[in-house]
Every structure is written in C-alpha cells, then in structure tokens.
Write a protein that binds this ligand. Structure first.
Ligand SMILES: Nc1ncnc2c1ncn2[C@@H]1O[C@H](COP(=O)(O)OP(=O)(O)OP(=O)(O)O)[C@@H](O)[C@H]1O
Ligand SMILES: [Mg+2]
Length: 448
C-alpha cells in the first residue's frame, strides 16, 4: 500500500474514531442529566406525605403548596380515569401530561403533553387510596437544551478536527509525498536513460527532508550524468588514439601481403615503423592503466620525500640527456613532503619532458622548488608557449594545443593532474605564446 493511501486511511480512521467518541460523550451526558431529572421526579414522589398534604390542601386551592413545587406538575388521577391538575409549574400553568395508562408503578417514563408549553415530560404515577393515583411530571426541556448544546459543541469540534485533518493531509502531501512521487518518476526516467539523462526535480523548500532529498538527488544525477559523459568521451578519445597506430600496422601488413615491400631495405623500414607504432600504442595503454590506477588514493605508497634532493637528481638526469641546454636549479629550503616518491617523480618528469619537447634545443630550462605550507615545484621553458584559450584544457585527457610542432598523445599532463590530485595538491600553468611556459605543482608540506 502506498504511503499516501496509508495516510488517507489513517485520517479517515481518526475522524471516525473522533466522531464515535463525540457520540459516546453526548449520549453519556444525556443519560447522566436524564438520571438526575428522574432522581428529582422520584424524590418528589418519595415524599408522598408532603405531596398528599399538598394535594389535599390544593384541593382547597392552597397557593403556598404551589410555590413549594414551582417546577413540577402534580395531579391526581381519579378512579374514573380523569386527571385533575393540583399544581402546575409556574412557567407552564397549562401543562398536562398525556398518560397512556401503563405508567402506574413503572418509575419515571417519558411522555408527551396534551397541553402546555413543554412538549415532553418525565412522568411517574404512584397509586393512592380508593383507586386514585398521584401523577408527578417534570419538563424535559432542560435535558433537551443541555443535550442540544452539547451536540452542537461536539459537532463543531468534530468539523474543526476534520478541516484540520484535511489541511494537514494537504500540507503533508504537498511538501512530503508529492516531491517523493516526483523523485520516483525522475529516478525511473534516469534509469530508463541508462544514467545519461540528467533529469532534475524541482526543489520547493530545501529546508524540508524532501527538499534535501531532492537536492541530493539532483547532485547525484548530475554527477552520474557528468561521469557517464566523461567516460563516454574518454573511451571515444582512447579508441581514436589507438586507431591511428593500429591503422598504420594494418597498412604495413596489407602492403607486405600484396608484395609491396620489394626488397630487404623496405621490409626493414616497415618493421622499424611497425615497432615505433607498437611502442606508441604500448605507451598509451600504459598511460591509460596509470590513470585508472590513480583514481584509487589508497594505491599510493606514501613516504617522506626530500623535494630539493629529488629536483636536483632530476636536473642532473636532464643535464646528461640535454647537454646543450642551460639547466638551472633553485631548491633553497624546499623542505619535504609526504608523498609517493615514484609518482611525484613521474609527475615532475612529465613536466620536464614537455619542456624539452616543446622548446628548441639549446634553450634554457629551469627547475625551482619553494617551501612553505605547500611545497611548489615549477618547470619553466622558453619554448613555443600555449595559446591563452588552451590554458584551461591542457590538463585534460588527450588534449593537445593547435600550435604547430611536435605532438604527443595528450595524456602526460592528465597523469600529472591525477597524481597531484591524489596527493591533495594543486597544479597550474602560466604561459605566453611564443615565449615559454611555467608548469607548477604544489603538494602539502610534511610539516603542515
Ligand atoms: N611546456 C609546454 N610548452 C608548450 N606546450 C605545452 C607544454 N606542455 C604541454 N603543452 C601542450 O599541452 C599538450 C598536452 O600535454 P601532455 O603532456 O598532456 O600531452 P603530450 O605531451 O601531447 O603527450 P604525452 O605527454 O602523453 O606524450 C601538449 O600536446 C602541448 O600542446
Ligand atoms: Mg607530454
């Protein structure tokens, strides 16, 4: 059963129970007031002596007796069945109960009237001497009035409870149930689109649980759709990158099969090209595996790394590889970081490789390490630089600038970004097109 149906059912049950309770209270109250009225009638009857005296005196028209019983009717039922009024209530002098003949000794019973202002009375008839009977009646008007007032009061209270229940039900539905139903529809929509469609729900009031749930849902769906889109682009880019070397390999094998490689020199050349393309593919696959692994921070093997020492070693390697270049190093007081030594070295090496690849041979390269709460390592070259429009995207996977010159696979900086992000650090680039670039990475120092 849905939550909405359960709430409606609970509301209806509540209203029925409240209604029954009101009914019970009204009936009990009526019973109680009626009991009191009957007790009054019985007490009047019980005082037979006084009543007889009154009756006898009243026969003679004693007005004093009449005032004694101002609210009651007293009469004498003669043997011939005629009812003679002895005393009538002061506020209804014409009152006369309609007797059915079976009232004798039956206790107080309800009867209508034949004359007078009051419609209904409680009557008790007790036998006297010589076939006569004493008739005592009291109007039921006070009982009817108090019961009527109670009915109206309880009825109004019940209607108020019913209106409140409807309002509360509407409020709960509007702020609690409807957003959940919308969320369910949205979730079904997202599932149907395989997570690609970023269906969003309307968040009416973010202070409510349903509102917070809606916000969390929107964020989750947006993140999932974003992730799906990134994954789709990544697979497309990876496929595209791998297709180029594969096509080359296919081309050479087809050429060989068609007898296109006439002599040994041509075969050797083809084999060299095939080897170069296979190596490139291998590197791309290794880089992709690296990137996949770097998503898992727990795969890092953290240790204290002396940044100055590391940068000096990398500079020494660079000097050996590029003897013509002026390799400058500045590592004064860089301090240490807690990092995965191999991964950090891999990141800085990728920056150095780019500096070498995208600058002319013989131009200087400088490596700088600066300490602080974060240790910053920068690699500066005087190479071709990067157009300002590309600066935001050079760390993206497979992104390469449009500047003419050597090309790589576009994964180096993405790996740098992933390594530094896994260390909780930051990275960036400053570059002037045609003048050179400075790439930098920052990792929290071991003291912070
Ligand atoms: N120092 C630099 N100077 C000028 N352009 C650079 C520099 N470093 C990177 N770039 C530009 O940014 C792009 C992305 O660099 P990245 O290192 O990610 O890939 P790549 O060098 O093309 O390939 P890979 O590093 O995977 O072999 C490069 O293709 C190049 O266009
Ligand atoms: Mg590179």
């Amino acid at each position: 059963m849905t939550l909405r149906r359960r709430l409606v059912l609970a509301g209806i049950s509540g209203l029925v129970i409240t209604g029954l309770a009101c009914l019970g209270v009204a009936l009990l109250q009526r019973q109680y007031v009626l009991g009191q009225l009957d007790a009054r009638v019985t007490s009047l009857v019980g005082d037979t002596k006084a009543l007889l005296a009154v009756a006898n005196k009243a026969d003679g028209g004693n007005a004093a007796a009449a005032t004694l019983l101002s609210e009651a009717y007293v009469g004498v039922l003669r043997a011939d069945g005629r009812l003679r009024t002895v005393v009538a209530p002061t506020d209804d002098p014409q009152l006369s109960p309609r007797l059915l003949g079976n009232e004798r000794g039956a206790g107080p019973v309800p009867r209508t009237t034949t004359a007078g202002r009051f419609d209904r009375v409680r009557v008790e008839v007790v036998p006297l001497d010589a076939g006569r009977a004493l008739v005592v009646a009291v109007s039921m008007e006070p009982v009817e009035q108090s019961t009527g007032r109670l009915w109206v009061g309880l009825g109004l209270a019940w209607v108020l409870v019913a209106i409140s229940a409807v309002l509360v039900g509407y409020w709960v539905d509007r702020h609690g149930l409807r957003p959940i139903a919308q969320l369910t529809d949205a979730a079904v929509g997202v599932t149907a689109s395989g997570g690609r469609q970023a269906v969003q729900v309307e968040v009416a009031d973010p202070a409510t649980e349903a509102g917070r749930l809606g916000q969390a849902f929107n964020t989750m769906v947006a993140t999932t759709a974003d992730g799906q889109e990134q994954l789709r682009r990544f697979v497309a880019d990876a496929g595209h990158e791998l297709r180029t070397p594969l096509t080359t390999l296919q081309g050479y094998s087809a050429l060989y099969a068609a007898g296109g490689l006439a002599d040994e020199a041509a075969v050797a050349d083809a084999m060299r090209r095939i080897n170069a393309e296979a190596t490139r593919m291998n590197r791309i696959v290794a880089d992709l595996l690296d990137l996949a692994q770097l998503g898992d921070r727990s795969a890092l093997s953290l240790q204290r790394v002396d940044v100055g020492l590391m940068v000096n070693e990398l500079a020494a390697d660079l000097r050996v590889r590029e003897p013509d270049r002026d390799v400058r190093v500045e590592v004064g007081g860089a301090g240490a970081v807690i990092a995965d030594s191999d991964r950090l070295r891999q990141a800085v090496t990728a920056l150095i490789e780019n500096a070498v690849k995208y600058s002319d041979p013989g131009t200087p390269i400088s490596l700088v390490a600066q300490g602080g709460a974060r240790v910053r390592i920068s690699v500066t070259d005087s190479g071709r630089g990067i157009p300002a429009a590309d600066l935001d995207r050079v760390f993206d996977r497979f992104y390469r600038t449009s500047v003419a010159g050597p090309r790589g696979s576009g994964l180096g900086l993405a790996i740098v970004a992933a390594i530094i992000a896994a260390h909780g650090g930051s990275y960036g680039v400053d570059s002037v097109l045609g003048h050179g670039s400075t790439f930098w990475v920052e990792v929290p120092s071991s003291n912070s």
